[in-house]
Write a new protein. Structure first.
Lengths: 427, 515
């Protein structure tokens, strides 16, 4: 138990969740007779879900702060139609079209942020209204037509990393990405150990760290091979790269910046945050603004993938994003959640969708299964919370918000080697 | 002594919470048809006793016997006690603001007809009940549109609708103005004449001496004495003596104050209630704090101590009307919490869990929460500095935890309070306002907190302590201000302060300044 805990602990907080996702992938690999882990299928999973995962990144911040955003699908749709029209009819070059799209997202975000933070209309209502408003706007602006987009935009949503250099048998860009990922993993792990030593905490044993790095590296190697060895002209999708960059940036912002900490503080205890000098309104404004900007980015990526902007783009995306966030361990009451957890939550849904489809399960059953998975994940969380234990997903994630003793070492001999201290420490 | 039969006898009631003995062999005897007042300081155990009686704490969670109307009763919840005719009206009224008077009177006690609720009968009965309590309003008025005095009458009408035989009122007049209070007391007298028995918890001693037939005094969870008072035979002084009559234990660290110049001053601070325009919660308060001085704020609940502190701390309570804050002789602007923190003011709230801590946070995240910029470089937080800061306070405040990465929710109350103090000490304030710093923590931890407060003062900071425990203020403070209904009524030096004269100033009794 202890050794398992040491592998899971600390830096690779998402490791346990990654493990669950892997198990799901492997299970479907077996059930479908090997159809999941093929280059084409994996590329499809990334391309077909990247926009929802981008939304999940913004949505987790909104939910941590204690709000919800139902308008993201419509915001993505209205951005899509404006970008498509701007490039085709209004003479915008493709890059200016993208900037215009992000600008549209910022304006919408500022509008909704203003209503939520400064006027005080609940996010649910503001964005329910936004959902109708911007859906209608999409159809009014595009006159319910489907407008095609140029190749540059399509490259964002459906393109692949380019090939170059010597023939290695794999796509070299993908290979490079894999190497960089492993290097970053090792670097992070060593930095973590150094900082632990500096702070005088008892470090996790070397063998545990090595095992952890080895397992994760193996996963990366496997992914590099799968993505890099597809048919000619394909590799790791560009949309996946956008997603990776966003995930890294937002994981950093949420954990390591004052802005990010304020989001957690507002959602965790609004009154205490206010009395600690946190500007509640500004924080709420930020999360709503940020969400809409990410929604427009998702909209741009999507019209790239579907090669055109249409009147029903983005329908029900908000629900997929919200489900991803809650499967990823966020709390309905706010204050809890992680960016990486939400992405993994989204991937769990994506793999479920994909695997069931490959197995020939109809969309009716697929929806029911997804609904039950969402319910089960959150029910587990709620049950564990009422039992005073950390949530299963929180436990798997071992994230910053639910600290266990493992990370701090066992400085106090009175505390047993349990993963979490059950009784309150009495003075 | 009353010759009426005994309606209620509580025998040797003992109620313990983890680590605290809230009631220790408390006995209470109430005769039928009397108004029986229960007096005691905040935290003496009055409300706990009433919760035992009304079944909020079910039978089995306390020791002792409750004998009601001649037989032992064992209530398992509020419904059981209400079925027996015992109704409690809490200090915070339990009315639904959006519903009408008639709907509120029969909430949970609906008049059933063959087709759902029989509103016609309910209305007719409501009108009759409203007449009985002298409530002049339409039964269809919404609760939010009638004044708090009338709301209190609705509560009583609601109790009468339940065929109440023993009515318990917890601080019934604390939110009422003088006219409404007088009306309410008249109503109680009228109900008594019709045979209703009342138990009344109140801090307002003049009302008690006025209306009560018998007075039971509770102190530190023990029943001290029962005085019978047939209309003003017991003086306020006699009650105060009973409430505070205890020797000061030596539970405070020794202190050798070295008090410097006045550096913090508040002038004519006037603040309006956030929801009720025209109701002032701070009425032109002026006070000052010197360097190295520990200043106490004494007052009964609702006197406006917390309201004053929070309105000073970035105007986080009420609506500012006028007044000035001066630091080192210069007026300062503290319109937001951030500005207040920047000016070296810290406020440690009374309700740790609701207002002080984010219970999802670890100790280290909590310590830096009010001064993130001190551990960050251009907005990016340095985890090492966070950890080091937290470790520093863990050691200096003696927080008992295996690691600063443990969640604050896992700490005991005393350790949570220390972490909260650490959070505000990390902002490097000049003035700390501590609101009930020892509420709900055990004696050992209290002693440590007192020591910390001394250390802060010795370091030249000004410390304001708000406390409902007079012995605590007397043991800790160099000077004590008393507040009553939003006004500062006294400024008493440590050497002149006694529980009696403070209590007199706090209850608005005929105030004679001692110096």
């Amino acid at each position: 138990m202890k050794s398992l805990g040491q592998i899971f602990s600390g830096g690779a907080r998402q490791f346990g969740m990654v493990f669950a996702l892997l198990a799901l992938v492997l299970a479907f690999q077996v059930w479908t007779g090997g159809k999941v882990l093929t280059s084409t299928n994996m590329q499809n999973i990334i391309n077909g879900n990247s926009y929802v995962l981008i939304l999940a990144i913004g949505m987790v911040l909104v939910i941590i702060a204690g709000h919800i955003d139902l308008s993201v699908g419509s915001v993505a749709a209205v951005t899509g139609i404006i970008v498509a029209l701007a490039i085709r009819d209004w003479g915008f070059p493709w890059w200016a079209g993208i900037l215009l799209g992000l600008g549209v997202g910022a304006v919408i975000g500022a509008w909704q942020g203003f209503l939520v933070a400064y006027v005080g209309i609940p996010g649910f209502i503001t964005t329910l209204a936004g959902m109708m408003l911007f859906r209608g706007a999409n159809q009014a602006i595009g006159q319910s037509n489907t407008i095609p987009v140029p190749d540059e935009i399509q490259y964002l949503g459906a393109g692949y990393l380019p090939e170059w250099g010597p023939g290695t048998g794999l796509n070299n860009s993908t290979l490079l990405l894999g190497v960089v990922a492993i290097a970053a993993l090792v670097w992070r792990e060593s930095r973590r150990r150094a900082s632990e030593r500096r702070l005088g905490a008892e470090p996790v044993p070397m063998w545990a760290v090595v095992t952890r790095v080895a397992i994760l590296s193996l996963v990366i190697v496997g992914l590099t091979y799968v993505f890099g060895s597809g048919r000619v002209g394909t590799s790791f999708p560009v949309a996946g790269v956008i997603l990776l960059v966003l995930a890294l940036v937002y994981a950093f912002v949420s954990n390591r910046t004052i802005t990010g900490r304020h989001v957690y503080a507002v959602g965790g205890n609004r009154a205490a945050a206010a009395l600690s000098g946190v500007n509640i309104k500004r924080t709420n404004f930020f999360v709503m603004l940020n969400m809409s900007v990410l929604a427009s980015l998702a909209g741009i990526v999507f019209i790239g993938r579907s090669t055109a902007s249409g009147p029903f783009d983005g329908t029900n995306w908000e629900l997929d994003a919200i489900a991803a966030v809650f499967i990823g361990g966020a709390a309905v009451s706010g204050g809890v959640g992680t960016v990486v957890g939400s992405i993994i939550g989204g991937l769990v849904m994506a793999v479920l969708n994909n695997g069931l489809q490959l197995m020939g399960v109809g969309s009716d059953s697929t929806q029911m299964i997804k609904g039950l998975v969402l319910l089960a994940a959150v029910a587990f969380d709620v049950y564990n919370k009422t039992q005073g234990r950390p949530s299963i997903i929180g436990l798997l994630l071992q994230n910053r918000r639910r600290q266990t003793l493992l990370e701090g070492g066992t400085a106090d001999p009175a505390v047993p080697d349990a993963p979490a201290p059950e009784p309150a420490t009495r003075s | 002594m009353s010759t009426a039969p005994v309606i209620l006898e509580m025998r040797s009631i003992t109620k313990t919470f983890p680590g605290v003995r809230a009631l220790d062999e408390v006995s209470l005897t109430v005769h039928a048809g009397e108004i029986h007042a229960i007096c005691g300081e905040n935290g003496a155990g009055k409300s706990t006793l009433m919760k035992v009686l009304s079944g909020v704490y079910p039978h089995g969670t306390y020791e002792g016997q409750v004998v009601y109307e001649g037989a032992e009763v064992r209530f398992h919840d509020i419904r059981a006690s209400e079925a027996a005719g015992i109704v409690i009206i809490h200090q915070e009224l339990a009315l639904i603001p959006e519903l009408s008077i008639v709907e509120n009177i029969f909430l949970g006690n609906e008049v059933r007809g063959p087709f759902g609720i029989d509103w016609e009968t309910a209305r007719a009965r409501a009108v009759e009940l409203m007449a009985r309590v002298g409530l002049d309003a339409s039964p269809d008025d919404q609760i939010k549109n009638i004044g708090v005095g009338k709301q209190q009458l609705v509560e009583i009408a609601r109790a009468l609708a339940k065929d109440v035989r023993l009515l318990i009122l917890d601080e019934p007049t604390s939110a009422l103005n003088e006219d409404d209070s007088a009306h309410l007391l008249d109503l109680l007298r009228g109900l008594r004449a019709k045979g209703l028995t009342c138990i009344m918890i109140s801090h307002k001693l003049n009302e008690i001496t006025d209306v009560a037939d018998a007075i039971t005094i509770i102190r530190d969870g023990r029943s001290v004495e029962t005085l019978s008072s047939g209309g003003g035979q017991v003086s306020e002084d006699r009650i105060i003596q009973g409430m505070v009559g205890r020797a000061l234990e030596s539970r405070f660290p020794e202190r050798h104050p070295s008090i410097g110049e006045t550096f913090f001053e508040v002038r004519d601070w006037t603040v309006e209630h956030p929801q009720v325009p025209g109701r002032l919660v701070c009425k032109g308060s002026s006070f000052h704090v010197r360097r190295g001085e520990i200043v106490g704020f004494a007052g009964i609940m609702g006197a406006g101590r917390t309201e004053l502190a929070r309105s000073l701390f970035g105007r986080t309570y009420g609506r500012y009307l006028r007044g000035q804050i001066l630091k080192d002789g210069t007026p300062i602007e503290a319109h937001t919490v951030q500005q207040a923190i920047d000016h070296g003011i810290a406020y440690v709230p009374e309700d740790r869990k609701a207002l002080g801590l984010n219970l999802l946070d670890s100790i280290e995240d909590t310590v830096v929460a009010a001064a993130l910029e001190k551990v960050a470089e251009r907005g990016v937080i340095d985890g090492t500095r966070v950890h080091q800061a937290a470790e520093r306070y863990r050691r200096s405040l003696n927080v008992k935890t295996p690691s600063v990465r443990v969640g604050v929710s896992k700490l005991s109350g005393g350790n949570q309070q220390k972490v909260l103090l650490g959070k505000w000490m990390f902002t490097e304030p000049d003035l700390l306002i501590l609101d009930e710093p020892t509420r709900g923590i055990d004696v050992g931890a209290k002693y440590e907190i007192y020591g910390l407060i001394h250390r802060l003062a010795d370091a030249g900071k000004g410390v304001v302590v708000i406390s409902s425990e007079l012995p605590e203020l007397l043991g800790l403070c160099d000077r004590i201000y008393t507040l009553f209904e939003g006004s500062i009524t006294g400024d008493v030096d440590h050497d002149d302060a006694t529980q009696e004269n403070l209590m007199r100033l706090m209850t608005g009794a005929s105030s004679v300044m001692s110096n």
